[in-house]
Write a protein that binds this ligand. Structure first.
Ligand SMILES: [Zn+2]
Ligand SMILES: [Zn+2]
Length: 348
């Protein structure tokens, strides 16, 4: 089969031919319908030297995956051949306390151990290929009837991650409250839709790119601001009546984190999602008193089912461009050039 492989650290992906996977006991092979590209893939290609991550190259890229059950190994009874399913991306042991509450992201003993793999497309073979091996059927979430599996693919990360960030602060998203969403790209535009679909909060979206601001408005943001404006913090304070109850930074570079800190008021929640690698000085006065800061990583299996349910009911709709497997490298080039609006999804 054809697949997009990361051949080495600090290298570009390549399109290769590899043998089709076959399922062992408890395992499932999917025929991939859609495999999303994530901004974190850019960091995966370029930021790491051998030994910095506990993973080994080469592996097939793609950690946002959905498709149809193609073959099952011995003992698999929870899914049937041809069934459309989404892949819950982080692969935990299934036995520890974190896995027990469906939060494999914080598993103490991920499948294969930390020195081997953490999930498909993250140190072991992912879904940017015709077929994908999923090592445990419990990592599959049924796609609700009537929903396109291609649209389900980006929801497994670009939908799930903002959903988790929002869920942790939902008690503050009451009528009259404000949420500042920084970055209206693949995750941010889903975040805006999820806030509007599941809470009563007012959304102020901030992005430096005109196309992303358009997407923010289309996604339901009440106010959309240009993040490159010199007085952006003053504009946010103005739009939120002095600061927001919740601020979510989907970019995570120095400048967006400074904007995030400036957007808080007393007792805000400030959540960092973006992998931009930035930081900000933390002291007694900034962010304001009793602001709760957290970073997050992906979401829970239960939340993925909730995200798929919202999408199946038409309450959230991911924006994406599809690329064939033959043109997959064009998708990487478009992402590197910052030319994508929403997500890129490879459809083998
Ligand atoms: Zn991702
Ligand atoms: Zn575990």
């Amino acid at each position: 089969m054809k697949a997009v492989q990361l051949p080495n650290w600090k290298s570009e992906p390549r399109l290769i031919e590899v043998p089709d996977p076959t399922p062992g006991p408890g395992q499932v092979v999917l025929k991939i319908a859609g495999a999303g590209l994530c901004h974190s893939d850019m960091h995966l290609l370029h930021d790491f030297e051998e030994g910095m991550l506990p993973w080994h190259v080469p592996f097939i890229l793609g950690h946002e995956n959905a498709g149809y059950v193609h073959a099952v190994g011995e003992g698999v009874t929870s899914v049937s051949i041809g069934q459309p399913v989404a892949v819950y991306g982080p692969w935990g042991c299934g036995r520890c306390e974190a896995c027990g509450r469906g939060q494999d992201t914080y598993c103490i003993d991920p499948l294969g151990g930390y020195d081997k793999a953490f999930g498909g497309g993250l140190g072991t073979d992912g879904g940017q290929a015709e077929y994908m091996l999923v090592p445990d059927a419990r990592s599959l979430v049924p796609i609700p009837e009537g929903m396109d599996p291609v649209a389900a693919a980006p929801l497994t990360d670009a939908g799930l991650t903002p959903y988790h960030a929002i869920a942790l602060s939902r008690s503050k998203m009451v009528p009259g409250s404000n949420v500042v969403v920084i970055g209206a790209g693949g995750l941010g535009h889903m975040g805006i839709q999820i806030i509007k679909a599941t809470t009563a909060a007012n959304v102020v979206a901030v992005d430096v790119k005109p196309a992303a601001r358009e997407l923010a408005a289309k996604s339901g943001a009440d106010t959309v601001l240009d993040g490159s404006a010199e007085d952006i913090v003053a504009q946010i304070k103005d739009a939120t009546g002095g600061g927001a109850e919740v601020v979510i930074d989907f970019v995570g570079i120095d400048s967006t984190m400074a904007t995030a800190v400036g957007s808080c008021k007393y007792q805000s929640d400030m959540t960092l999602v973006g992998v931009g690698g930035g930081s900000f000085p933390f002291n007694l006065y900034a962010p304001p008193y009793e602001t709760a800061m957290r970073s997050i990583y992906w979401g829970t299996r239960k939340e993925l089912a909730e995200v798929l349910n919202l999408a199946a009911r038409g309450l959230i709709t991911p924006e994406y461009t599809t690329y064939s497997l033959d043109n997959a490298l064009d998708a990487y080039a478009a992402m590197a050039a910052g030319e994508l609006t929403g997500r890129a999804v490879i459809t083998p």
